[in-house]
Design a protein. Structure first.
Length: 116
């Protein structure tokens, strides 16, 4: 169980870092191709880690989102989105599914780096 927690924590931290490192200038953002539409159903050929990697920047760009990570619900993998609160302005921007995976929202409050 500890191994799953560690993987989840690492995925959340990597997604958070990726979101900060991939910020685009306004002129670059305008020329970016549109994101592909989400698949209607998970086909099993894409790992959730890859789905998170492709979508972390977009999800972390939603005001109120503080993290994304790989989780599990009823024995199935799910994409978890951590938010400051369940504000309507945040909740309406988070998709219900993404590339065939269910998306679950978790209220975590602010996320702060650990001091070493």
């Amino acid at each position: 169980m500890r191994s799953r927690y560690t993987r989840t924590l690492v995925a959340a931290v990597l997604a958070w870092i990726a979101a900060g490192c991939q910020a685009k200038a306004p002129e670059q953002a305008a020329s970016s191709p549109p994101a592909p539409a989400p698949a209607a159903e998970h086909t099993g050929d894409q790992s959730l880690s890859l789905v998170i990697a492709r979508n972390a920047t977009k999800l972390m760009g939603i005001p109120g989102v503080v993290g994304v990570y790989e989780g599990e619900s009823q024995g199935k993998p799910v994409l978890r989105v951590m938010v400051l609160s369940r504000a309507d302005s945040t909740m309406e921007k988070i998709p219900k599914t993404l590339e065939g995976y269910d998306v679950e929202v978790e209220v975590s409050g602010p996320v702060k780096p650990m001091n070493h």
